[in-house]
Structure formats: structure tokens, C-alpha cells
Design a protein around this ligand. Structure first.
Ligand SMILES: *[C@@H]1O[C@H](CO)[C@@H](O)[C@H](O)[C@H]1NC(C)=O
Length: 203
């Protein structure tokens, strides 16, 4: 009898211990959840904003790495989209320059590539100027700056389309070049959409 009471007591003790540690661990989980929620809000903001662009998946994957910088700011989102587009345009230009020097392109393709590199260089200029103005926006110059930026980013988009139009769809090199340029054009189109939505939120 005495032994069974001791055992009973021991079981209750172990049970209590288990409950206590369960409660502790779940409150630790809750704390973790609270701590991670701003981060979730940042990525949700990017996802929601990207859903109104033409290429939402590309928009999200190209921007989510900068979520902690963008937070939930439409302005920083548009600015970062321009930065990312510029960086991709520059790296694509470098790859294309290398492709044009390597053998394996016919003279017609080398010509198209040279034209294309010029268009991309214009596109880089236009994106750079837009980024410069993005950093100088104030309440007093908002409309002028936004209108410049929208004009330049649209021009960049036109240059990119002209570039990819110079390549045939049915050749190996044409396909490679087109797919790279199309990616830049899609990023530019997305950046323009994010700029437009920033402009509309602001005004
Ligand atoms: C965009 O790039 C510029 C120049 O590299 C940099 O100074 C700026 O902090 C970047 N802005 C954002 C929002 O990424």
C-alpha cells in the first residue's frame, strides 16, 4: 500500500514535469512566431505587390532577397526593383559581349549582337538615370520626377524589345539571346508596374 502511494506520487510528478516542459516549449514557439512576424510581413508585402505585376513569380524571386531592406515601403520596393533590373541588365550585357566575341555566331548574328549591345547600353543609361531621380524624390518634385522615371523606364523597355527582335527565334544563338533579353524586359516591365503603383499610392 505504502509502495503504491509512492509510485502514484512519482507518476504525478513525472506527469507534471512533462506538462511544464510542454508549456515552456509552446511559449518558446509563440515567442519565435512573434519574433519572425515582421519578416513574414515583409515577404507578404512583396508577394502582394508583385501579384499586380505582369510577371509575379519573377518579381517575387528577384526581390524577396531584399525583403529586410524593402520592409513594407512601396518606394523602396520600386527603387530596389530598378536596382535589381539594372544589375541584371549590366551582367547580361557582359555575357552577350563575350558571346559575340566567341566563335559560333554567323555575321548576321554578330551584327544583331552589336545593335543589341547598343540598345542595352542605352537601357542601362535610362535605368541609371531613373535610379538617380528615385533617390531625389521630394514632395515638391514628386510628379516631375515620377514622370521622368516612367518615361525612361518605358524607353528602356522599348530598347530591350528592339534588341530581342533582332534575333531569329529558330536559331540556337537567337534562342539564348532572346531568353536572356526577355528576362530583362520582364523585370523592367515589373519595375515599371511597381513604380506606377508607388506613384498612385503617393498621389
Ligand atoms: C540602389 O542602388 C544604389 C546604388 O548602388 C544604392 O545606393 C541604393 O542604396 C540602392 N537602393 C535600394 C533601395 O536598393
Amino acid at each position: 500500500m505504502e509502495g503504491s502511494i509512492t509510485k502514484h506520487f512519482l507518476y504525478s510528478f513525472v506527469f507534471l514535469l512533462a506538462i511544464t516542459s510542454y508549456i515552456n516549449s509552446s511559449s518558446a514557439d509563440t515567442r519565435f512566431l512573434y519574433r519572425s512576424s515582421p519578416k513574414t510581413a515583409n515577404t507578404e508585402f512583396i508577394k502582394t505587390s508583385c501579384s499586380s505585376t505582369k510577371y509575379p513569380k519573377l518579381c517575387y524571386t528577384s526581390l524577396v532577397g531584399h525583403a529586410s531592406l524593402i520592409r513594407t515601403s512601396p518606394k523602396l520596393l520600386a527603387h530596389t526593383a530598378l536596382n535589381v533590373t539594372l544589375a541584371t541588365t549590366k551582367s547580361t550585357s557582359a555575357v552577350m559581349l563575350k558571346m559575340s566575341k566567341d566563335s559560333g555566331m554567323n555575321p548576321r548574328e554578330v551584327d544583331a549582337m552589336q545593335d543589341c549591345l547598343e540598345e542595352l547600353s542605352d537601357s542601362v543609361d535610362e535605368l541609371r538615370r531613373s535610379i538617380g531621380e528615385m533617390g531625389q524624390i521630394k514632395a515638391s518634385n514628386f510628379e516631375v520626377m515620377m514622370s521622368d522615371i516612367e518615361t525612361w523606364v518605358s524607353a528602356a523597355l522599348t530598347d530591350e524589345s528592339t534588341c530581342s527582335d533582332g534575333f531569329k527565334r529558330n536559331t540556337v544563338n537567337g534562342k539564348i539571346v532572346r531568353s536572356r533579353i526577355v528576362k530583362i524586359a520582364h523585370m523592367t516591365s515589373n519595375a515599371l508596374a511597381l513604380i506606377n503603383s508607388y506613384a498612385s499610392v503617393h498621389s
